[in-house]
Design a protein around this ligand. Structure first.
Ligand code: ARG
Length: 484
């Protein structure tokens, strides 16, 4: 027997329908969470007197045995309809029908599946945040190691103003910080107990949902049983968070692709992180960065896939909801491995100071500095802007640089021509002159690094405190440790 139902049917399930409807290939990964939640449910049934202490002990023992069996690869999941059926049927074999058959009292697979997913996600959010923090750390270290490197900053991919390479890297640090914050916020809505909703309407049996919440370390229970079994918003939010994270990864990947191209040559990627061409012997390709960009589609489509599943679904549980697992699992797996490699790639890029310096002399990067100098001398900004624009037009027509401007060329502003003219338009000095908060000046970048260090420590501390709480709940219920 591999189903949890069937007595009301005249016939067994059609083989093709069985294959079509099974979710075991997609939900087997939830076994740990299914056992964990089942153990809490069992303890609660004991507390409220639905099962005896002896029965509870037998069930808990059975659940632990199943965990061992699965971990050791001794269970063939293929005949089962889903992970919940596998666990219950195996439990009834181990603990006997009389005792094992009591576990599913006051519970439905509808509230069970969503509990499993919440336990899974709660843990994975911690892992994703930790992995993001490794990438952030790589960015922070690169910024620290190259604090004095100046490069052209771009808008429209046209040379705009000089910036510190470290400032550019730290822009990504703060981008990824928002991803962490989004996931932390999502975790609040993941961390809610759905169990006890039953199939959809609750139960007439005297269950204690608060106690289950306490055992599983959920700060609160979901208020409405119909909402509890049909809600997948928390997964959608998570996938939305991963999608934005991947948009960021794809942008970072793109910078590396551009910067490592000989057209820029702003950085060199360590050979171990590049690939060659099967025909062009000279090639050194940034495939890892390209793949970070390329995998974005898969993660974004996981959000779209679930959103389409949810659109227009009537309350409450519908079998469509089974399709929430492939996108959830796929996107989580992709994200964890991509973040890992993104951190390592970031450690293995090395700026080419010379190329950056050369690029600084192209594109009149300090034209705005010249405007700001004139503003300091009392010239209205708009006039300064127009005047410098004229100068640039003349200089670029004759292939010259700002540096080539002489006092005589200053026309109406000759009296303002500064002694330290070279300094004003010096690209390296330009960054040092910035004083606004959050600017690219070395002082501000130093401050960003300090804030970055603090944020890193805070994220890690939060993740480890969550982990401790989750670990304690697991150990209490399942005995022995399970590396979370
Ligand atoms: N495999 C199902 C899923 O993933 C579990 C819930 C089944 N519930 C039901 N009423 N058939 O959604």
């Amino acid at each position: 027997m591999t189903n949890l139902w069937g007595s009301r049917m005249e016939k067994g399930l059609d083989q093709e329908v069985k294959e079509f409807s099974t979710s075991i290939p997609e939900d087997f990964f939830l076994y740990k969470y299914d056992l964990w939640g089942s153990a809490a449910h069992c303890k609660m049934l004991e507390k409220v007197g639905i099962i005896s202490e002896k029965e509870s002990k037998e069930i808990l023992r059975g659940l632990r045995v199943i965990f061992q069996e699965i971990e050791e690869g001794k269970v063939d999941p293929s005949p089962f309809e889903d992970i919940h059926s596998l666990v219950e049927i195996r439990l009834r074999e181990i603990a006997g029908e009389k005792i094992g058959g009591k576990l599913h009292t006051a519970r439905s697979r509808n509230d069970q599946v969503v509990l499993d997913e919440r336990l899974f996600l709660r843990e994975k959010i911690g892992e994703v945040i930790e992995k993001i923090s490794f990438l952030q750390e790589a960015l922070l270290r690169k910024a620290q190691e190259n604090k004095d490197v100046v490069m052209p900053g771009y808008t429209h991919l046209q040379p705009a103003q000089p910036v510190l390479f470290a400032h550019h890297l730290l822009a990504y640090f703060f981008m990824f910080q928002r991803d962490i914050e989004r996931l932390e916020d999502t975790r609040k809505r993941v961390n809610v107990l759905p169990l006890g909703a039953g199939a959809l309407s609750g139960t007439s049996l005297p269950i204690d949902r608060q106690y289950v919440a306490e055992l599983l370390a959920f700060p609160r229970v979901q208020e409405n049983s119909m909402d509890a079994v049909s809600d997948r918003d928390f997964i959608l939010e998570f996938l939305g968070g991963l999608s934005i994270l991947f948009l960021h990864l794809s942008r970072w990947g793109e910078e590396i692709v551009l910067w490592s191209s000989p057209a820029f040559h702003f950085l060199e990627i360590d050979d171990a992180f590049t690939t060659g061409s099967s025909i062009m012997p000279q090639k050194k390709n940034p495939d890892v960065a390209e793949l970070l960009r390329g995998k974005t589609g898969e993660v974004l489509s996981s959000w779209v896939s679930l959103a389409i599943t949810l659109k227009g679904l009537p309350l409450t549980y519908n079998r469509d909801l089974q399709q929430d697992k492939p996108p959830l699992f796929r996107a989580t797996k992709e994200t964890l491995s991509s973040l890992r490699i993104a951190a390592r790639l970031t450690q293995n890029i090395f700026p080419d100071r010379e190329s950056m310096k050369k690029a600084l002399s192209v594109g009149f990067l300090t034209a705005t500095d010249l405007c700001e100098y004139l503003v300091g001398q009392g010239v209205p900004f708009r006039r300064a802007h127009a005047w410098v624009g004229e100068m640039v037009k003349k200089l670029s027509a004759s292939g010259k640089h700002l540096r080539d401007l002489k006092k005589e060329d200053w026309g109406e502003y000759q009296h303002l021509f500064p002694e330290n003219w070279e300094e004003i338009i010096d690209e390296e000095k330009s960054v040092r002159r910035k004083i606004s908060e959050g600017s690219t000046s070395p002082r501000e970048v130093e401050r960003e690094i300090k804030i970055g260090e603090e944020l890193l420590a805070q994220s890690r501390e939060r993740v480890s405190s969550w982990r401790k709480i989750e670990q304690e709940s697991w150990e209490n219920l399942m005995g022995g440790s399970c590396v979370l």
